[in-house]
Design a protein around this ligand. Structure first.
Ligand code: SF4
Length: 219
């Protein structure tokens, strides 16, 4: 398989943010998002065997691994890599654009589905059937470039009933005692967005485990 980089760092996104994590960044992507920050993954990379990749992952002594890219599922060997890492007891996150069928991904791995908003220029590539394949431990992410993306993302959350799925998933995982605290946290975040929508630039909303908003300066 073709690998751009493997490194150990702190997870910066999703409900796993803050945890030590090994990142396996696969080369190649079938999309070309306007704001892509990983263009260096489009070409090049180094050919490595599955055994070599797994050995390097193990060398860091960290149990959380993210398979990312580029688009990691664009390489057929990625599915085998994910299965073998799960077999070895790793907690495996898959950061995928959702443009490729996630059905063959090992069910023990956790999908972070990056739904492409109109501002990305790749909204037509969303494979909506993937939403139906998500399980309670999976997450959905939107990268929001402008107000239009924000409104679009809210509509998708409503249309696909993602918030209801999120609450169902949370109830399954946490039990009823956490529901009140979570609902209040979500309301606070929504209020922050509503109060200053012009600053909803390069924000991300993660669903399924929690709603996380990140506010950054304009591009
Ligand atoms: S899917 Fe990810 S790697 Fe591919 S173009 Fe979009 S942002 Fe870049």
């Amino acid at each position: 398989m073709r690998i751009t980089e493997i490194f150990h760092s702190i997870q910066g996104e999703s409900s796993h943010a803050g945890r030590p994590c090994v990142f396996v960044r696969l080369t190649g992507c079938n999309l070309r998002c306007r704001w892509c920050d990983s263009e260096y993954t489009f070409t090049g990379g180094e050919k490595k065997s599955l055994d070599d990749v797994i050995a390097q992952v193990k060398s860091y002594g960290t149990r959380l691994v993210e398979i990312t890219g580029g688009e990691p599922l664009a390489q057929q060997e990625a599915f085998e890599l994910i299965r073998r890492l799960c077999d070895d007891g790793f907690e495996v996150l898959i950061e995928t654009s959702g443009s490729i069928d996630i059905t063959p991904v090992d069910k023990r791995a956790k999908i972070i589905l990056d739904v492409k908003c109109p501002g990305s220029g790749e909204v037509a590539k969303n494979r909506w059937e993937n939403i139906d394949e998500l399980r309670p431990h999976d997450e959905v992410k939107f990268v929001i470039a402008d107000r239009n993306d924000y409104e679009w993302a809210k509509q998708v959350i409503d249309d696909k009933k993602l918030e209801r799925q999120e609450q169902t998933c949370q109830s399954e995982r946490d039990g009823p005692q956490h529901k009140q605290r979570r609902t209040s946290r979500q309301a606070t975040r929504r209020s922050a967005v509503a109060a200053n929508p012009t600053h909803v630039v390069d924000s991300e909303v993660s669903l399924s485990c929690d709603i996380v908003s990140r506010f950054e300066p304009d591009f």
